[in-house]
Design a protein. Sequence first.
Length: 100
Amino acid sequence: MPQINHYLAVSAILFCIGLFGVMSRRNAISILMSIELMLNAANINLVAFSAHGGGVTGQVFTVFVITIAAAEAAVGLAIIVNLYMHARHVNVDKINVMKW
């Protein structure tokens, strides 16, 4: 059975990939996907610590994080669709104001 260090290493790698995606991407959908990757890395940490400690607290928090991630994805995609309908692009560099 893998030790907790392995889970933490995988989680750190996923979080770094997500952080790199947020910092380097210009497409709003790619940024949302990178944020989801970072949230999943946090979920791996929560479950690993929960399994290591023997409680279910981390797993309960993981369910809450997944719920919040789903709501964030729905609201984020709604904003992106609205932006595309008005501006005809989803490039975050070209977005300078939220009112049209």
